[in-house]
Design a protein around this ligand. Structure first.
Ligand SMILES: Nc1ncnc2c1ncn2[C@@H]1O[C@H](COP(=O)(O)OP(=O)(O)O)[C@@H](O)[C@H]1O
Ligand SMILES: [Mg+2]
Length: 212
């Protein structure tokens, strides 16, 4: 049965597209059949997929409008172990995507401006009865802000301990249709370990909560 992860946050720049690509590429490298859906009119994930060379796995379905999004999700679910949906940095199209969601992954940066923006997506997820988890993205382990951000998020829901560090490999890799974990540079080792750990944590939760 296909399991669907929707990556959402009412904030541009939190890392939704980067984490979608990274998680999908990692999961496909482990032998899983993965489809990704680009539900953002900016089409950043679709453009990354073009730069990647239109591979079969993970394969990307881009949705130009809401009608397309329903069709894209339906097509993406056919024959896939996993579908990962990338939403825009607002509630636009969220209602359509979360109807199919088994889990909502909410990337958040460790800053007040980002923390202040998480409530709307939490409310929509809770109204729909879809489990949601936060992942802190682009923060260094020694940031004082990291601890307080994780504490503040913990008041609002589950925060995965698998934080993703700030690493220039993420933007560098996205520019060439890859992910930081796939780069050959020595520093990509950390990104690889982090994304592997994040996928393990996220996929375990979806399996537990999967609908029948
Ligand atoms: N962990 C990270 N380390 C460094 N840069 C990151 C990280 N995650 C995302 N970025 C960069 O931050 C910017 C916004 O990320 P993006 O994935 O486009 O966010 P969103 O899809 O939520 O708008 C991009 O330039 C991306 O390369
Ligand atoms: Mg994006």
């Amino acid at each position: 049965m296909t399991k669907t992860i929707v990556v959402a946050a009412c904030k541009g720049g939190s890392g939704k597209t980067t984490l979608c690509a990274a998680l999908a590429a990692h999961a496909s490298s482990t032998g899983q059949r993965v489809n990704i859906v680009d539900a953002d009119p900016q089409q950043s994930l679709g453009l990354w997929y073009e730069r990647r060379g239109w591979p079969e796995n993970p394969r990307c379905y881009s949705a130009a409008d809401e009608h397309d999004l329903r069709g894209a999700i339906t097509k993406a679910c056919a024959g896939a172990d996993w579908v990962v949906v990338d939403l825009p940095g607002s509630l636009m199209r969220t209602d359509i995507a979360i109807r199919h969601a088994d889990l909502i992954l909410i990337p958040v940066r460790a800053s007040m401006l980002d923390l202040e923006a998480v409530n709307p997506i939490c409310e929509v997820a809770d109204e729909a009865g879809v489990p949601r988890v936060f992942v802190v993205n682009a923060a260094d382990k020694d940031w004082k802000l990291l601890g307080s951000a994780m504490d503040a998020l913990a008041e609002l829901g589950t925060v995965l301990p698998e934080t993703i560090r700030y690493h220039e490999g993420h933007p560098a890799a996205m520019a060439i249709g890859q992910t930081a974990a796939e780069l050959k540079s020595p520093s990509s080792r950390i990104a690889r370990a982090e994304i592997t750990a994040l996928w393990a944590a996220v996929s375990k939760r979806v399996t537990r909560k999967a609908r029948v």
